[in-house]
Design a protein around this ligand. Structure first.
Ligand code: DNO
Length: 389
C-alpha cells in the first residue's frame, strides 16, 4: 500500500514541503478552484503536478473530480456535462494522473454536527450527533417529514437542544454541517438551502441509482480506454440526511454499483470511516467482498452509538477492525499485482494543531499520528505475508 497525504493546494495551511516530514510518498489533491462541471484545464493540472513533484512527491490520486448536481438530479440536457467530465479525465490521464475519486451524494459531501468535539486525552474530533441533526432538520429547517426519521427520544432531546441553543450555537451547527464541501464551492445558509433541497423533491433512491448508472455508462468506457480507475467514495454518513437519498451506503449498494458497469475502471474508494458509521455495515465483510475493485483507501475509525450518532475515534480505536481490513487490502494487492494508494483519513486535533486552522479533519499532528499507526500495521502485516508466501 502506498502512503498518500491529502493536500488542498492553495486552500491548505500546511505547506507541501512540510508534508515530506510525514513520510508519505504520494499526494492526493484536486483543483478545488474549478467550478463543478467545468473542464479541468491542462495548464492548471500541469501547474499543480509540478508543485507536487517539486516537493518530491507524485500526484497519485485526484480527490475529487466532482460530479455536477444536474447529473445527480438527471436534469435537462446533460451531454455537455458528460463531455466535460470525459475531457477532464483525458486531460488528467494525459499527465499521468489516473486514479480518480468522486462521490454521488446529493447537495452535501461528508456531514458532521461538531467539528471540535472533545476527546478523552485532550484533543478534539469530528462528531455526528443524531440529536443535533434532528434539531437542524426539524426545528431549524422545518423540513417536512423529517421527524419521521428520528425516535421520540431523539426528537425530544433535539427540542431541548434547540430551545436552549443560542443563535451562535445554531450558526456553529450550520457551519459544521456545511464544512464537508471543500474549496471554493457552494455553501448555503438556511434560506439558500431550502430551494436547493426542493430541487430534489420526487427524486427517489431508485431515480438516483438510474442517474448514477447513466453517469457511469457515460464516463467509465472513457476511463477504461485511458487506463484510468474511477473510485466512488461511499456516503458519509451512510444514511439519508436532509431528506435526500443516499445510494452508496451499504454492501448491497456497492454490489449494485459495481455490477451496474462491470469494468475494473468502475471501482471503489474503500472508506472505513464512512462505511463504519452505518449500523448495517460489517466493514470487514464489505472489504472481503469488494477489495478486488478497490483502487484507493481512506483509513480511519469511528465509534457508533444506538441513535446513529458517531464520532471519529483514533485510527486503531473505534468499531472498525482496521487490522483485518488492511490484511484484506494487502491480500488483494498481491492477488491483483497492484498497489493501492491510501491515506490516513482525518485526524484528531492534537497538540500544536490547536494553534493552527485546517480544513476540518485535516490536521497535521492528528493525521501524522494516524498515518504512523497505520504504517505500523501495514509493516507488520506485510512481513507476515512475505513469510507466508
Ligand atoms: C472527507 C472526504 C470526502 C471525499 C469526497 C470524495 O474528508 O473523504 O470529502 O473527498 O466525498 O468525493
Amino acid at each position: 500500500m502506498r502512503e498518500s497525504w491529502r493536500w488542498f493546494g492553495q486552500f491548505d495551511t500546511i505547506p507541501i514541503d512540510q508534508i515530506r516530514q510525514t513520510g508519505a510518498q504520494a499526494i492526493v489533491s484536486a483543483l478545488h478552484e474549478v467550478p463543478y462541471g467545468v473542464v479541468w484545464p491542462h495548464e492548471a493540472i500541469a501547474q499543480r503536478k509540478s508543485e507536487i513533484e517539486a516537493a518530491g512527491f507524485s500526484w497519485d490520486v485526484v480527490e475529487s473530480l466532482p460530479v455536477h448536481e444536474a447529473i445527480k438530479k438527471g436534469e435537462g440536457d446533460l451531454s455537455q456535462l458528460f463531455a466535460n467530465y470525459r475531457q477532464s479525465l483525458a486531460n488528467l490521464a494525459h499527465q499521468g494522473i489516473k486514479t480518480i475519486c468522486y462521490n454521488f451524494m446529493p447537495v452535501l459531501d461528508w456531514t458532521r454536527t461538531d467539528l471540535q468535539y472533545p476527546v478523552e486525552n485532550g484533543g478534539t474530533c469530528l462528531r455526528f450527533s443524531a440529536v443535533k441533526m434532528a434539531a437542524f432538520e426539524v426545528y431549524m429547517l422545518h423540513l417536512p417529514d423529517a421527524a419521521d426519521n428520528y425516535s421520540e427520544t431523539t426528537l425530544s432531546d433535539a427540542k431541548i437542544w434547540f430551545d436552549s441553543a443560542t443563535s451562535e450555537d445554531k450558526s456553529t451547527l450550520l457551519h459544521a454541517i456545511m464544512s464537508g464541501l471543500p474549496g471554493a464551492v457552494d455553501r448555503y445558509n438556511l434560506d439558500e438551502l431550502h430551494p436547493v433541497l426542493r430541487r430534489y423533491e420526487g427524486i427517489s433512491h431508485s431515480d438516483l441509482r438510474s442517474n448514477l448508472k447513466r453517469f457511469l455508462e457515460e464516463v467509465v468506457p472513457t476511463a477504461s480506454e485511458l487506463g484510468m480507475k474511477l473510485c466512488i467514495h461511499p456516503d458519509d454518513p451512510p444514511f439519508d440526511i436532509l431528506g435526500l437519498p443516499r445510494i452508496v451506503s451499504s454492501k448491497d449498494d456497492i454490489s449494485w454499483l459495481l455490477e451496474a458497469v462491470e469494468e475494473d475502471a468502475n471501482g471503489l474508494t474503500f472508506c472505513t470511516g464512512s462505511l463504519g458509521a452505518g449500523a448495517q455495515n460489517d466493514v470487514v465483510e464489505i472489504a472481503s467482498r469488494f477489495a478486488h475493485r478497490t483502487h484507493f483507501a481512506h483509513l480511519r475509525n469511528v465509534t457508533k452509538y444506538e441513535d446513529t450518532s458517531f464520532e471519529e475515534s483514533e485510527h486503531l480505536g473505534g468499531d472498525v477492525d482496521m487490522v483485518s481490513v488492511i490484511e484484506l487490502l494487502l491480500t488483494s494487492e498481491q492477488e491483483r499485482a497492484v498497489t493501492i494508494p491510501f491515506r490516513a483519513d482525518h485526524g484528531h486535533s492534537l497538540l500544536s494543531d490547536k494553534t493552527m486552522t485546517f480544513q476540518p479533519g485535516y490536521t497535521l499532528i492528528g493525521r501524522l499520528r494516524g498515518l504512523a499507526e497505520l504504517r505500523g500495521i501495514i509493516a507488520s502485516s506485510s512481513r507476515r505475508f512475505d513469510i507466508a508466501t
